[in-house]
Design a protein. Sequence first.
Length: 217
Amino acid sequence: MWLAIGVLILVTIINYFNNTIFQRFFGNINPILIFLLSSVLGLVLLSVLVSKGWFSIYEKRNYRELLYFFKIAFPFTLIAILVDLIIVFPSDTNINFPMSLLFYPAMGFLVEILFHLLPLSLLIFTSTFLLQNISTEKIIWFCFLITATLEPTYQVVYMNASPEWTVIIVWLNLFLFNLAQLFVFKKYDFISMYLVRLFYYLIWHILWGQIRLAWLF
C-alpha cells in the first residue's frame, strides 16, 4: 500500500514538471490514471496470491540480503552495457537525470504489475484449475518460465538493432533477468523482486544512462 502511494506521488510530480515524459509510453492517456488503476490491480492480485500461501508481499530484510539482490541484478546490467557499447542504442534510450530518479522507481513498479503479477496470476489460476493432478509448486515454476518471456519479447519487438545476434542476446539477458526476479519473488517477497529491478534500473538506466551520453555521443 505505502509503495503504491509513493509511486503515485512520484508520477504526480513527474507529470507536473514534465507531462511529456510519459507520452512516449502511454500517448495522451493520463499517466496518473494508469498508475492508479495498476496499483489497485496489483494490490488485489497480491492479496489473492498471498491468501493462497504461494507468495509474500514483504518480509523484513537485512543489509546482506539487499547486497544479494544487488548482486543478482549486476551481471544483467553489465551485459546490457556491453551490448550498448557494441551497437550503441539511440541517445534517447533512457530518461535523463534528474527526472530519471523519479521515473524509473515508478516505471519499475508498473512493470512488475503488468509483466509479472498480472500474467503470473492468470497463468497460475488457470493452470491450477485445468491441471489439478499436478502439484501447485510445479505449476508455479512452469508459469514462471512463460511469464519471464513477456518483457523480453515486448522489448525486442520495438528494438531496431543490428546485427541480429544482439537482439538474441538482449532477449536472453532479459529473459534470465525476469526469471531471476521471479525466483526472488518466490523465495522472498514482492518487495524484494521490485528491489532487484530497482538495482538494475539504477545501474543501466540512471547511472549508465548519463555516462553513455558523454561517452557514446
